[in-house]
Design a protein around this ligand. Structure first.
Ligand SMILES: Cc1ncc(COP(=O)(O)O)c(C=O)c1O
Length: 436
């Protein structure tokens, strides 16, 4: 449904709540100013209603979580919460944990014809990345991680070690003792040549893991050339290094394939998933080829890696329900279809500020730059606030925050896309005039 606004944005209830939040939440967490944020009250499909009763269109799927639409897996949550809301994940588990692991295996390694997958469940995306890091340490005996500039893997210490976002990693660098090698993420053929040269020069001896997003998400929706993942795969094979695809953002049909690594036919040793796995419950997983995961020591009752909420039954129930839907081949096709439409419309935007339109499926980005080539972060930031005045939630990505990001729920329709694009065209014209 198109937006319906009945108050100023943000409305009085949001403004009052923001003041309270400022008083009680550590101020490093939520950005607050006179025009931000809007407090969400309920959501369904592609729509979100705020505390003031305004209806918005969500072009973010709330960080990519609501791929199937807001509230899609809520029935599983309601049903499960009536019988068991918390279990003892690594001591006395539930049937749902078994089903979740089975489905993760079926949708990854079994589907790729690579045998069974084995799973370490966790709560947040970064924890799944840390499971991958620990697995690599266990399997290879090497602590080093090779990752990419502008990669984003979350904020836990282990995940920060792989992160290419300098601003998040650097303040804690001295506490991250292990070795990290960072290479540029190639975005075109010339970048690919440079990458090949750089990779050839890497000393693999201390490296146990290559950690990569098949398409960089927060880094700015960057799709690497087709040869990139296959090249990493053969480098890893040559040097006995594990290849982990971080599909926390790209996974579960976001890019028009069930997993983005499928675009290149590469089977990673480990795959990290989260976000849209449950559609709203904090649950994530690191799945690996069975023979690799079997390098972990058998639990003696004291697991080498676990956590209190691991395999939470409500999260598992929502994941099983969501994954059954994600397994339908028609879903990937429909993401591709509406994604192609959105991308074509983005290419049709007219503004000298637009430097690039890129991405795959429903993971698209519009990079904005000034005439001198500098990132138009100021414009992108302004547009986010202005689009909220049109009833649209959007985010900006990229290290400079100048890439308008498009990751809506998959059910977004053409009328909604057309509405958002008409608003954006008007906002762009306001900022920079129309190109000749
Ligand atoms: C590719 C990728 N990996 C990991 C994460 C971290 O996930 P979480 O915020 O759930 O810890 C994110 C979050 O945006 C992500 O996009």
């Amino acid at each position: 449904m198109l937006p319906e606004l009945i108050t100023e944005i943000p409305g009085p209830a949001s403004v009052a709540l923001a003041e309270e939040l400022r008083r009680y939440e550590s101020h490093n967490v939520t950005y607050v100013d006179e025009a931000w944020p809007v407090f969400w009250k309920r959501a369904e499909g592609v729509n979100v209603w705020d505390e003031d009763g305004n209806r918005f269109l969500d072009m973010t799927a709330a960080f990519g979580v609501a791929g199937l639409g807001h509230g899609w897996s809520a029935p599983a949550m309601v049903e499960q919460s009536q019988v068991l809301v918390h279990g003892m994940g690594d001591v006395h588990p539930t049937r749902l944990k078994v089903e979740t692991c089975q489905m993760l295996s079926a949708l990854t390694y079994e589907r790729w014809g690579a045998g069974r997958g084995k799973v370490v469940l966790s709560n947040s995306g970064f924890e799944a990345v840390e499971s991958a890091m620990k697995t690599a340490r266990v399997v290879t005996g090497r602590a080093g991680v090779l990752s990419f500039a502008n990669s984003y893997h979350g904020m836990g210490y282990g995940a920060l070690l792989g992160s290419g976002f300098e601003k998040f990693r650097q303040p804690f660098e001295d506490q991250l003792a292990a070795r990290r090698v960072s290479l540029a993420f190639p975005r075109d053929d010339a970048g690919m040549e440079r990458f090949e040269e750089a990779l050839a020069g890497v000393d693999a001896s201390g490296i146990g893991l290559v950690l990569v997003e098949p398409i960089q998400g927060r880094g700015g929706k960057i799709v690497p050339p087709d040869a990139f993942l296959p090249m990493l795969r053969s480098w890893c094979d040559q040097h006995g290094v594990l290849l982990a695809c971080d599909e926390i953002f790209t996974g579960f049909n976001r890019t028009g394939r069930l997993f983005a690594c499928e675009w290149s036919g590469v089977v990673p040793d480990l795959i990290c998933v989260g976000k849209s796995m449950s559609g709203g419950f904090p649950i994530s997983a690191c799945v690996g080829k069975a023979e690799i995961m079997d390098a972990w020591p058998v639990s003696s009752g004291e697991a080498l890696h676990t956590s209190t909420f691991l395999g939470n039954p409500v999260g598992c129930a929502m994941s099983v329900m969501s994954m059954k839907e994600h397994a339908r081949a028609e879903l990937a096709e429909s993401v591709q279809g509406i994604g192609d439409y959105l991308k074509a419309r983005l290419h049709g935007l007219r503004s000298p500020l637009i430097r690039d339109v890129r991405g795959r499926g429903l993971m698209l980005g519009v990079e904005l730059a000034h005439q001198d080539g500098s990132p138009a972060s100021d414009v992108a930031g302004g547009i986010l606030g202005e689009m909220m005045q049109d009833g649209v939630f959007m985010l900006a990505d990229g290290p400079a925050g100048n890439v308008l990001a498009w990751t809506p729920p998959f059910g977004v329709n053409r009328e909604e896309v057309d509405y958002v694009l008409a608003c954006l065209q008007a906002r762009l014209e306001h900022h920079g005039g129309i190109s000749a």
